[in-house]
Design a protein around this ligand. Structure first.
Ligand code: ADP
Length: 272
């Protein structure tokens, strides 16, 4: 039946024999696709009403502090607005993840100026850090990639902002972008709280958090690393995680050589 998807596995059986296990996985794949479609549609539908609510809450917050006097409903409005923003982040991440999970067929093949994108992600992270962390950058110029911009941006933004969110003030964050024998490596090393070895394999599961309170308080949705993992897979890459409690963590995205792209050197600035 051409509509069926079969999974084949060969396992040793007895001394010189092999067993071929054939499994019909069509239904499981269909259910997976139905779940992804549902999540994508639901997230999309939730966005519109939420945008309307956010709009009115923005307005009410402004009104509640008119003439320099705070209205009695100022505090609840600020709280409602912050919860609405949290919901928006969550819905956007759910939509992103559902799109990524539906396969790499959708990834665009663009020429990406990765060093410039890293610069922008670091600038955003500086704003998030409010000057409380030291940033060190070692970015190889001219080292671009081919692939989708949204996917690459998700990788850079999530890993750098996680480093800020899980590193106490005074800590350092080192961002590296370099070519190696196995391709291109993007690594973010922090001197933060670190992660226990037992938790590392589970970090890329949806909504897995070591400390739910800390994740939510710092604006996390619990989906960041799942998004990073899937985005890296779209580039045929992989995620490596090393960490030690109380010492810090290093997250590295490894991109294969066939994604590498040499960017033209920037035009020298014209002298008047
Ligand atoms: P969240 O929105 O909760 O940060 P992520 O998927 O990005 O979701 O990360 C999952 C969990 O991994 C986090 O809740 C946190 O416990 C842990 N984690 C991620 N990055 C770091 C880091 N740089 N240092 C320590 N823990 C981290």
């Amino acid at each position: 039946n051409p509509a069926k998807t079969l999974s084949l596995r060969v396992v040793p059986y007895g001394r010189n024999q092999r067993l071929l296990i054939v499994r019909d996985v069509s239904e499981r794949l269909m259910l997976d696709a139905a779940r992804r479609d549902f999540v994508a549609n639901a997230s999309h539908e939730l966005r519109t009403p939420l945008t309307v609510l956010r709009g009115y809450l923005d307005l009410m917050e402004m009104e509640s502090q008119g003439n320099g006097v705070l209205a009695p409903w100022h505090a609840p409005v600020v709280e409602m607005r912050s919860q609405a923003m949290r919901m928006e982040n969550l819905i956007n991440d759910m939509l992103k993840l559902a799109r990524l999970e539906s396969g790499r067929a959708q990834m665009r093949e663009e020429r990406l100026d990765a060093p410039a994108m890293i610069q922008r992600a670091v600038e955003d992270a500086r704003a998030l850090s409010r000057g409380q962390h030291r940033f060190e950058l070692a970015v190889e110029p001219g080292l671009g990639l081919s692939g989708g911009e949204t996917q690459l941006q998700s990788i850079f933004v999530n890993l750098i902002s996680n480093a800020v969110r899980y590193t106490p003030p005074g800590g350092a964050i080192r961002v590296r972008w370099q070519q190696t024998a196995e391709g291109v490596r993007f690594s973010v090393a922090d001197t933060g709280i670190g992660i226990a070895q037992k938790d590392i394999p589970r970090l890329t599961e949806r909504f897995y958090r070591v400390d739910v309170g800390r994740s939510q308080a710092s604006g996390g949705t619990g989906l960041g690393l799942s998004i990073v993992k899937h985005a890296l897979e779209a580039f045929d890459g992989r995620l490596e995680i090393e960490s030690e409690i109380g010492v810090g963590s290093t997250f590295t995205g490894v991109f294969p050589p066939h994604r590498l792209l040499r960017l033209p050197a920037p035009e020298p600035a014209e002298t008047p």
